[in-house]
Design a protein around this ligand. Structure first.
Ligand code: RIB
Ligand code: CA
Length: 328
């Protein structure tokens, strides 16, 4: 029986990042080692504050939180307050956190943890779950490539084989910093890092109803269950729907219960130049026994475990059970 999985989350806390933080902070099979923050849904300083708030609610003020890149490598920031509320956390107005962030930059904290893990043996290798634009991770892998030896795998919430959200062809985390995503995929091939892509093809499938949210809110006490319920309720209101996705939290579900996710190993690259497709993850589903005479680019160098279907109810129930149970 292996113990809890060593995990680091990279977030742009947002409402669904908060759902993921609650799950990772509360579930006994996750050893949440640290959380690194990047600009995305809201500014990086708001991401740090939101992350500290959520971890405090979950009773995980012990988890190191570090501030990372405020903006993409080339693109300007483009926040998503229309999705996550003005403050990025559903405008709930919950108490500000007591904890302070780690003094290290996110890249330095990641490098320290990964270098320690690399020297501590296979059971210590870290699963890096990225739930945001990949700016911090690109900077890490370009600055400290040897830190990759401390990684068990990267599970990244981003991209899609078939759909977009930020644009018709691109998913927000990759669209926000396409160069960073391209660097991470290139580094994964060069540094032999296993990568799982938890993209939009599964992201929207794992749903919690408003009724379930009301039950969570009724627990009260400004605890994790109430916060979880209010996050879902906010999304139901914002989008006028009777249910809402747990979003990023699904990628943490994949750490806890991989059998709930169906993946296929496929070549993936990022479009950097397209007028209408910049930031698209190009998932190559061709049968490579086929015609390669017309394709000057050939197969993308990075093979990724692309999630194409998910046991949505299984993951929704996992999330609900965990946020209801609180810290065990
Ligand atoms: O496209 C969805 C992703 O973009 C999620 O991670 C959400 O939090 C935003 O970061
Ligand atoms: Ca996110």
């Amino acid at each position: 029986m292996t113990g809890p999985v060593p995990v680091v989350l990279d977030v742009d806390t947002g409402v669904d990042d908060a759902c993921a933080l609650l799950l990772a902070g509360l579930h006994p099979d996750v050893d949440l080692r640290a959380v690194t923050c990047v600009g995305g849904n809201v500014s990086v300083d708001e991401v740090v504050a939101n992350t500290l708030t959520v971890l405090q609610v979950a009773g995980r003020g012990d988890v190191a939180v570090a501030r990372g890149a405020p903006r993409p490598l080339l693109e300007p920031v483009s926040h998503a307050r229309h999705v996550h509320g003005g403050d990025g956390l559903g405008d709930l107005g919950w108490p500000s956190p007591d904890a302070r962030p780690d003094p290290r930059h996110a890249v330095e904290l990641l490098a320290d943890l990964l270098n320690e893990a690399a020297s501590a043996g296979p059971a210590a290798l870290i699963t890096l779950v990225t739930l945001a634009p990949l700016t911090n991770i690109a900077l890490l892998l370009r600055t400290y490539p040897q830190a990759a030896a401390g990684l068990a795998e990267i599970i990244f919430m981003g991209g899609a084989a078939n759909v977009g959200n930020a644009t018709a062809s691109a998913e927000f985390n990759v669209w926000h910093d396409p160069e960073a995503a391209a660097i991470v995929l290139q580094s994964a091939a060069e540094l032999d890092i296993p990568v799982v892509m938890y993209g939009l093809d599964v992201f929207y499938d794992v749903l919690v109803t408003r009724e379930q949210a009301v039950e969570l809110i009724a627990v009260g006490g400004h605890g994790p269950a109430e916060l979880a319920g209010r996050l879902i309720d906010f999304q139901c209101d914002r989008f006028g729907q009777p249910q809402a996705t747990i979003g990023d939290a699904g990628a943490v579900c994949a750490v806890i219960d991989r059998t709930g996710l169906s993946t296929t190993r496929l070549p993936v690259r990022v479009e950097l130049a397209g007028t209408y497709s910049r930031g698209r993850t190009i998932v190559d589903r061709r049968d490579w026994a086929g015609d390669i005479a017309h394709d000057p680019h050939g197969m993308a160098p990075t093979a990724v475990e692309v999630a194409l279907s998910v046991d949505a109810d299984r993951y929704a129930q996992l999330w609900l059970r965990t946020v209801k149970a609180g810290r065990r």
